[in-house]
Design a protein around this ligand. Structure first.
Ligand code: XMP
Length: 304
């Protein structure tokens, strides 16, 4: 485990040395890694740092507001790119294609802002497991880690690249970031797009986002490593004596150390029944709720 206070001090000095009086940009995703990175870089660079958050429309319920709140002391630029993402995802149902499409829009938006602001450095929250996993190429993980190969910067600053997640969380606490940030579960870069099987539509985004909020309310108290809802296909149900063709929501809750392998969280039957009942009654278009009982491997944590 690193000594947080010392690490913070050294990282700030290092960023100052590297970037000097030039300008740097950082993409905040809402996750703990980019948040810690932004907090460090802001202390080092102040007004020469441009923190940017792209609202993809594929974020969890309340996420954009939470980020605005958590970073209210920084000149955060929030870019509303909801329409751009949904339009680009039209007709795309292949998981890797979704990652490619969403990743590319991020890069385009970034290029636009970087050009406008005339920045020369990119700060990013790459951590050690990101490097290992992308070497293994298990999935084309899209996060800001994919940016520098396509974009031209004088330099890329990655202060967290030798750290593990639990060490980054320690730093977040030491930097006094709110618990919604320091204890936040992992969330995939392409967001809810990879929690919808098949084509992404606004209706599906709405349903999976609401279902996910219920799942978090019900399952976070059982301390999972990660939990979420995914939207599968449609299936038949009966609601108020009428047969309906409604959505099937899958609930996932896992324990893991680093996401490379995972065990299913053993929830009580009562907890599961409450979740099914809340989702089907609060979301009239959902007919069925299933709990995924597959560990990783052979399944992955996400459905796509
Ligand atoms: P899988 O589904 O591969 O996920 O078992 C392992 C961990 O990685 C997260 N994940 C992603 N994170 N971009 C990300 O930044 C992605 O494209 C992506 N896909 C999966 C997943 O949520 C889990 O924590």
């Amino acid at each position: 485990m690193v000594d947080s206070e010392k690490f913070i001090e050294d990282a700030i000095a290092e960023i100052k040395k590297e970037v000097g009086t030039q300008r740097a940009i950082i993409a905040l995703s809402g996750g703990v890694d980019s948040s810690v990175c932004a907090a460090l870089a802001y202390q080092a660079l102040r007004d020469n740092l441009y923190p940017v958050y792209v609202d993809t429309g594929l974020m969890r319920k309340g996420e954009t507001e939470n980020i605005r709140k958590a970073f209210r002391n920084m000149p955060l630029t929030v870019i509303d790119a909801k329409e751009r993402f949904i339009n680009a995802l039209q007709g795309v149902s292949d998981p890797e294609e979704k990652r490619k499409v969403t990743g590319e829009i991020f890069i385009r938006i970034f290029e636009e802002v970087a050009r406008q602001k005339q920045v020369s450095y990119l700060v990013q929250g790459t951590i050690y497991p990101d490097i290992i996993e992308s070497e293994g190429q298990i999935k084309s993980h899209h996060n800001v880690g994919g940016l520098p190969s396509v974009m031209e910067f004088n330099g890329v600053v990655e202060p967290l690249k030798y750290l593990y997640k639990d060490e980054v969380r320690e730093l977040a606490r030491a930097l006094k970031l709110p618990p919604e940030v320091s204890e936040r579960m992992p969330f995939p870069g392409p967001g809810l797009a990879v929690r919808i099987i098949g084509e992404v539509t606004e209706e599906k985004i709405h349903i999976v986002r609401e279902a996910n909020a219920i799942v978090e309310q019900e399952i976070l108290k059982h301390n999972p490593w990660q939990t979420f809802a995914a939207l599968l296909e449609k299936g038949t149900g009966v609601k108020g004596d009428v047969r309906v063709h409604g959505w099937i929501i899958a609930v996932r809750a896992v324990q893991s150390r680093d996401g490379m392998t995972a065990d299913v969280l053993e929830l009580s039957y009562e907890a599961l029944r409450t979740i099914a009942s809340r989702i089907t009654s609060e979301l009239p278009d959902v007919a069925r709720v299933v709990y995924d009982i597959t560990p990783k491997p052979p399944a992955t944590i996400e459905f796509e």
